[in-house]
Design a binder for this molecule. Structure first.
Ligand SMILES: [Zn+2]
Length: 145
């Protein structure tokens, strides 16, 4: 029988993949490469490795944690030291999604459910493993002049 991994380990793996997905997505969207990206909030250029996946909504409820609409590539300065750099995050989100959607996003913090079940986390892992494979394939085929 397969040994059961502790849920914290599965969650960490899911986060690791999700974070890579966000950074690949935003690197490509902002620079057209998979090696560099622009921080969503300070708009400076960083290498993929220096970028983090930063939440717009400060909570880890179920509809927040792995929600790609409210997580963007940010530098450590903005994500950690400036706690998300919301002075820039909020207006940019409003510009991108509109104020009603942004209010909906902010409401997600009041959801009480934070308990991830194993099969839900495995689903997250499966989804983002596939997406990352696609990106890595694209990155390999990406010809830069
Ligand atoms: Zn930044």
């Amino acid at each position: 029988m397969k040994k059961k991994l502790p849920i914290t380990k599965i969650k960490a793996k899911a986060w690791n993949l999700f974070s890579r997905y966000i950074r690949y997505r935003d690197c490509y969207a902002t620079t057209g490469t998979y090696e560099y990206g622009i921080c969503y909030t300070c708009e400076k250029k960083y290498s993929f490795k220096k970028l983090q996946a930063g939440h717009f909504v400060d909570s880890r409820t179920k509809p927040v944690l792995f929600n790609p609409d409210i997580v963007k590539a940010q530098c450590m300065g903005c994500n950690v030291f400036k706690k998300g750099n919301k002075d820039f995050y909020t207006p940019k989100m409003i510009k991108e999604y509109g104020q009603y959607k942004v209010l909906e996003f902010l409401e997600l913090r009041h959801n009480k459910d934070k308990t991830w079940r194993r099969e839900e986390l495995y689903k997250v892992i499966e989804i983002y493993q596939d997406k990352i494979q696609e990106y890595e394939q694209l990155a390999r085929n990406h010809v830069s002049d």
